[in-house]
Design a protein around this ligand. Sequence first.
Ligand SMILES: [Zn+2]
Length: 226
Amino acid sequence: MSKKYYILGVVAVPAVILCCVFFGGDMITSDELDREILNSPTQNETPEKPATEILMLVNATHKIPDDFTPTLTTEGVIYNVIMSDDVEEMRQAAMEEGIYLVFNDAYRNQEQQQWLYDTLGSRLAQKPGYSEHETGLAIDFSFNQLSSYDQTQMWNWLKNNSYKYGFILRYPAGKESITGIDYEAWHYRYVGKDAAKIIYENDWVLEEYLEKNQAAYAPDSFGSSG
Ligand SMILES: [Zn+2]
């Protein structure tokens, strides 16, 4: 009897190991892997969302403070961890409606921004220190060049729904005199759900929201609001 079990063990254990070696790759579907990568930065922590950070005004006249360093996701698309949960929630919601959000560019470090500025010039790229991408709070969505995916459908979805997840179309058409930037259908900025809803409902841009919320403009008042 014991010999029988011994033989079973000798055959079964290596068989299981072999299976894991050869078929291990199939045990996680690409969808699960994708989810794992997107979820990984937030699995064990709920990042705080300080207003000083999510409502930080960055434009041609408002430089990112020199001592500001965003905490970034470490895998997949690199962006500010503050918005991880909401990005994932938005991605899922869009997917349920058949819209696949394609992330083209999010966080850029100062060297990358410098390169872009040198390459594209001041009309198409912001000076290093003056780009929202350096905060990790901006996402450029793009169409997938490898498919016939309809990018207009994605823009429309984002325009009408992204505020529910804390995002605003940062450079809308008709607001160029305030933002100083031409209409960009692809550039979205995270400001948190509360501000995004107000900005969306009033058809404002971030500059207008901050101007009308004097309290939010004053850094000292940020702390108590949580
Ligand atoms: Zn952008």
